[in-house]
Design a protein around this ligand. Structure first.
Ligand code: ADP
Ligand code: MG
Length: 240
């Protein structure tokens, strides 16, 4: 479903991604972990063309994401992304935040967009907050609106970049519950998170990144219990 081939990315003199290879099957959940600055966000951003790669390829099915003539907007419809910073439009209700892309990008008529938005808000447990403005919502609710907005585009893959890092534990849980629901539905997901309980329960594989390289990858049990590399073991020790 998502294939990353020998990906390189530098910012100035700093090599941030140094030959990343990763293949994620349909319905799989890849959890990306690693120290701050290891390149996790950059990797996700390359996958939906928020950042341009220096070399290497990314494919989403048959779509060559990184090809110069591939439209980034097309990529972003098919690969949804949820960030740590909750970036809703403050002057729009939850429903309007979700319908915006449906109207502008998908070209849906108003009534249909509204219906779709309400269905997505219900999917994230916010049916009763459709008319609320972001300022009236908790951090967890805002993040769930962000998820609904991404889901509304009917993406093939969802990327999550530390979606709960800015939230209190209680609010983190409601977001993680929505993500677990997506896992259960069979959504293909790449999730950067330090929530190891989520990783243990939901990940097909965990990838450990350090210094722009994929140091080690495997199913959660193996990586937690029996890491091959010292760096992986040290990392899991440090976040325990
Ligand atoms: P992580 O998400 O694992 O913490 P990032 O991908 O955010 O890592 O960053 C990896 C490295 O790239 C860091 O050293 C960071 O400072 C650098 N970096 C990230 N984005 C930019 C940017 N837009 N311009 C310059 N350097 C950047
Ligand atoms: Mg990051």
């Amino acid at each position: 479903m998502l294939r990353i081939d020998d990906l390189y990315k530098s910012y100035g003199d700093e090599e941030v991604l140094k030959g990343i290879d990763l293949e994620i099957d349909r319905g799989d959940v890849e959890v990306l972990v690693g120290p701050s600055g290891s390149g996790k966000s950059t990797l996700l951003r390359c996958c939906n063309r928020l950042t341009e790669v220096d070399s290497g390829d990314i494919y989403l099915g048959d779509l060559e994401v990184t090809a110069p003539d591939t439209d980034p907007d097309e990529v972003r419809q098919q690969i949804g992304m949820v960030f740590q910073d909750i970036n809703l439009f403050a002057h729009l209700t939850a429903r309007k935040n979700v319908t915006l892309g449906l109207r502008k990008v998908k070209g849906l008529p108003k009534a249909e967009a509204r219906q779709r938005a309400d269905a997505e808000l219900e999917r994230v447990g916010l049916a009763d907050q459709a008319d609320s403005y972001p300022a009236q919502l908790s951090g967890g609710q805002k993040q769930r609106v962000g998820i609904a907005r991404a889901l509304a585009m009917d993406p093939k893959v969802m990327l999550f970049d530390e979606p709960t890092s800015a939230l209190d534990p209680e609010l983190s849980n409601e977001v993680l519950e929505v993500m677990r629901g997506l896992v259960a539905e069979g959504m293909t997901m790449v999730v950067v998170t330090h929530e190891m309980r989520f990783a243990r329960g939901g990940a097909t594989n965990i990838s450990f990144l350090a210094d722009g390289q994929l140091v080690e990858r495997g199913p959660p049990e193996r990586l937690f219990e029996n890491p091959t590399h010292d760096r992986t073991a040290e990392f899991f020790e440090s976040i325990r």
